[in-house]
Design a protein around this ligand. Structure first.
Ligand code: HXC
Length: 258
């Protein structure tokens, strides 16, 4: 696969998708969204990959959808093209964990792309925002829905109606990011986290992601039933025997993803 707007790298079970439009602070144009989608779908099928990281540059994870590409589009065109729905559908289809490693600006579609990932690790330099309102539009790739579920109505309204940015510390307090790390060490920290996950049993990782996502989609009663059945089903794997026996025998487990 050759790409023009992203870089793809694989190391020891971890795949890195690096957004690479430095001239536009990684603004999400149609080509970039399509390449991210294509890369995600192929990495999800790749047996050498156990976890995926999406990152940008030190200055910008992504400064939003590409305003220059959108500026002159008509209602009928954006309705027909619907490129932001397509990438959300790709994320919904990915089984493996996807981690956003955010340094610098994650604005508009950039913040929404980070939120489409399973969790966000922020550099101290990270800045999140949904500034679409200042352009006469609103978030269009999940911002009004995901941000509200993640940080609650009051703060989401504040962000979406004022278009202001929040820094990494505020984002961590609000639960938008799971951890903050020194900016210069972002990739090192995220690599270690992703590698740790990639060494676990893939069936349990896939089902842990699915069960956790189910919490946002269903009632507590249904979610608890779903979790119980998934928990029971993992006793059919060799890796459950290996994981528990390794604990008892005081050794590291050797998972075979079976
Ligand atoms: C296209 C962009 C861009 C964007 C930056 N650039 N953001 N191009 N779309 N979203 C370009 C600039 O035009 C400029 O190119 C170059 O990147 C560097 O940007 P500067 O503005 O010169 O950098 P700086 O002064 O450091 O300011 C950084 C910034 C600012 C604060 C992040 O660039 C900014 O406010 N960007 C727009 C943020 C935004 O409104 N995002 C939401 C987009 S709408 P040139 O060639 O001109 O020098 C959106 C809709 C989502 O995301 C709906 C579905 C996804």
């Amino acid at each position: 696969m050759t790409f023009e707007t992203i870089l793809l790298d694989k190391q020891e079970g971890v795949a890195f998708i690096t957004l690479n439009r430095p001239e536009a602070l990684n603004a999400l144009n149609a080509a970039l969204l399509s390449e991210v989608g294509e890369a995600l779908l192929s990495l999800d099928k790749d047996d050498d990959v156990g976890a995926i990281v999406i990152t940008g540059s030190e200055k910008a994870f992504a400064a939003g959808a590409d305003i220059k590409e959108m500026a002159e589009q008509s209602f009928a065109e954006v309705l027909k093209e619907d490129k932001f729905a397509a990438i959300n559908a790709v994320f919904a289809a990915i089984h493996k964990p996807v981690i956003a490693a955010v340094s610098g600006y994650a604005l508009g579609g950039g913040c929404e792309l980070a939120m489409a990932c399973d969790f966000i690790i922020a550099a101290e330099s990270a800045k999140f925002g949904q500034p679409e309102i200042k352009l006469g539009v609103i978030p269009g790739m999940g911002g009004s829905q995901r941000l509200t579920r993640i940080i609650g109505k009051s703060k989401a309204m504040d962000m979406i109606l004022t278009g202001r940015m929040m820094d990494a510390a505020e984002a961590e307090r609000a639960g938008l990011v799971s951890r903050i790390v020194p900016t210069e060490d972002l990739i090192e920290h995220v690599t270690e986290i992703a590698r740790g996950i990639a060494h676990l049993s893939l069936p349990s990782v896939i089902l842990a992601k699915e069960a956790t996502n189910r919490a946002l989609e269903t009632t507590l009663t249904e979610g608890l039933i779903f979790e119980r059945r998934v928990f029971h089903s993992l006793f059919a794997t060799n890796d459950q025997k290996e994981g528990m026996n390794a604990f008892i025998e005081k050794r590291q487990p050797q998972f075979k993803n079976s």
